[in-house]
Design a protein around this ligand. Structure first.
Ligand code: FE2
Length: 266
């Protein structure tokens, strides 16, 4: 199974407008060109939130136009910069749970992908509240009954990354602990956890579950483990994840975008 993981596309309302000197629309177009050129055989593409920078209809419309160029099914998640109502206007097929959260399940060739909505509207921090935990509990029980492997995705990391300025905007309070406790008995069934929000690539294990965060297709966050006051940006290249998986293993590659894509023979 091959999957593409895009994140934090941060599209603006007006094309050509820039964010930290970068044009999010042009950067996403470049990422999509790269996926089409190199990874058109991927089974699905996952986009883990902050699809827009300010939730505007114009940005959602542009996003729909750009993503339509991808040849594989695309599964979207909201981030803290998005507006659920605007997303639903432009992506009416996004799944919703009974509480109105943009959560759902998608069947993949190697199991089931659960899309978790971690947005706490109006706040940059994430939240996975009791209602969402209930929904997830039902999905975990259903997966147990069906005996299928699970893949999980959400916008906010449920753990601290060590990048302290970004960890302030993570998932505070008791909720990550409740999420961890809910997932722990199912860890053997969960093949991988995908998220964005941190705008850089890192990976590890949490609760015995392998996870990866992918780069933003727009602006990056520096690897600064001490600065607390402001989030340090970085000129590092944009990119996206390319996941290769079979019954035995999960490999997460990071495809960079830009001039470094030029190749030569060693
Ligand atoms: Fe973001």
């Amino acid at each position: 199974m091959k999957l593409i993981h895009l994140s934090d596309t941060h599209l603006l309302a007006r094309r050509g407008e820039t964010l930290y000197g970068l044009d999010p629309h042009a950067r996403l177009a470049e990422a999509i060109d790269s996926v089409v050129r190199r990874h058109a055989d991927a089974e699905a593409c996952l986009v883990t939130g902050d699809l827009t920078d300010a939730g505007s209809d114009a940005a959602c419309r542009d996003l729909a136009g750009l993503l339509a160029r991808l040849p594989m099914p695309v599964h979207l998640l909201p981030g803290n910069h998005d507006d659920r109502t605007a997303l639903l206007r432009h992506f009416p097929s996004m799944q919703r749970d009974a509480g109105g959260f943009l959560q759902g399940a998608v069947e993949l060739s190697l199991g089931r992908l659960l899309l978790l909505d971690s947005v706490d509207a109006g706040r940059p921090q994430g939240c996975y509240c009791a209602a969402r935990l209930d929904w997830l509990d039902g999905q975990l029980r259903r997966a147990e009954r069906d005996d299928v492997p699970l893949w999980l995705a959400l916008h906010h990391p449920p753990m601290d990354s060590g990048i302290v300025s970004m960890d302030r905007y993570g998932m505070p309070g008791e909720r990550p602990r409740a999420l961890a406790e809910l997932l722990r008995p199912h860890a053997a069934r969960i093949r991988h956890l995908f998220f964005g929000h941190v705008h850089r690539a890192f990976a590890g294990t949490w609760q015995g579950i392998g996870f990866s965060c992918t780069r933003s297709t727009c602006h990056q966050v520096a690897l600064d483990l001490t600065r607390e006051d402001e989030v340090p940006g970085s000129d590092e290249p944009a990119g996206y994840g390319v996941i290769l998986a079979d019954a035995r293993q999960v490999i997460v590659h990071h495809q960079l975008i830009g001039p470094m894509e030029a190749r030569f023979v060693l």
